[in-house]
Design a protein around this ligand. Structure first.
Ligand code: ADP
Ligand code: 5GP
Length: 206
């Protein structure tokens, strides 16, 4: 049996560049699987069912909650968002490093359920740059942007609960850092107990 994959949660203010970083990391490296969440929010232009999200009605979403099909879910600016359980389990079992791109309440719930989860927080270098990116994305109204900036202020209080803080200034450097941190995590001794046991056994025979 190969090594089980690592579960990583990536959070960060809306507009920090999480989606952009995830897209790049999937293109650059082979061993990652990105979980696709369910949400009741409406698709943005260019988003596709099953690629960015599984788009659900509130009723459908509540059914998924009742049937315990979600690892976690949260409400974020008037919508539900949640992580389907089956895909994550399957991919971890197959040895893939699974990344969940979810907000902070969900991140902390996942960590509580699975304490070995790696928590990464991605932030732009400044608040001004965050607003610029939200504006530049051009997918939200001024009102929604103000709502997301306000929410960012609240989320900043949770930043120090994450294992690592990564500044997304130069995109390629941010992607490389995320990859390095996850690879480093694989080398933790507590994640390599089977190796340690085998080595001990082999050395007994020498
Ligand atoms: P999130 O998924 O965190 O909400 P996005 O990935 O949609 O954020 O990025 C928000 C906007 O910022 C997009 O227009 C994206 O192209 C831009 N962006 C992402 N990373 C960077 C970066 N390192 N430098 C400049 N702009 C960026
Ligand atoms: P957006 O509407 O910009 O795509 O996402 C809004 C927020 O919801 C982001 O912070 C994103 O990370 C978070 N999010 C996306 N999917 C999930 C999920 O499955 N669970 C939780 N808790 N948050 C999610």
């Amino acid at each position: 049996m190969g090594e089980r994959g690592i579960l990583t949660v990536v959070s960060g203010f809306s507009g920090a560049g999480k989606g952009t970083v995830m897209k790049e990391i999937m293109e650059r490296y082979g061993n990652y699987a990105l979980s696709v969440s369910a949400t009741t929010r409406k698709p943005r232009p260019g988003e596709e069912e099953g690629r960015e999200y599984f788009f659900k009605t509130a009723e459908e979403f509540e059914k998924m909650i009742a049937k315990e099909e979600l690892i976690e879910y949260a409400r974020y600016v008037d919508n539900y968002y949640g992580t389907p359980k089956a895909y994550v389990e399957e991919q971890l079992e197959a040895g893939k490093d699974v990344i969940l791109e979810i907000e902070i309440q969900g991140a902390l719930k996942v960590k509580e359920k699975f304490p070995q989860t790696l928590l990464l927080f991605i932030t732009p270098p400044t608040a001004r740059e965050l607003r610029n990116r939200l504006k530049g994305r051009g997918t939200e109204t001024e009102d929604v942007i103000n709502g997301r900036m306000k929410r960012a202020g609240e989320e900043a209080c949770g930043m120090d609960q994450y294992d690592y803080l990564i500044v997304n200034d130069v995109l390629s450097e941010c992607v490389e850092q995320v990859h390095q941190i996850i690879q480093g995590e694989h080398r933790r001794s507590y994640r390599n107990q089977a190796f340690i046991e085998r080595m001990k056994e082999e050395l007994k025979g020498e």
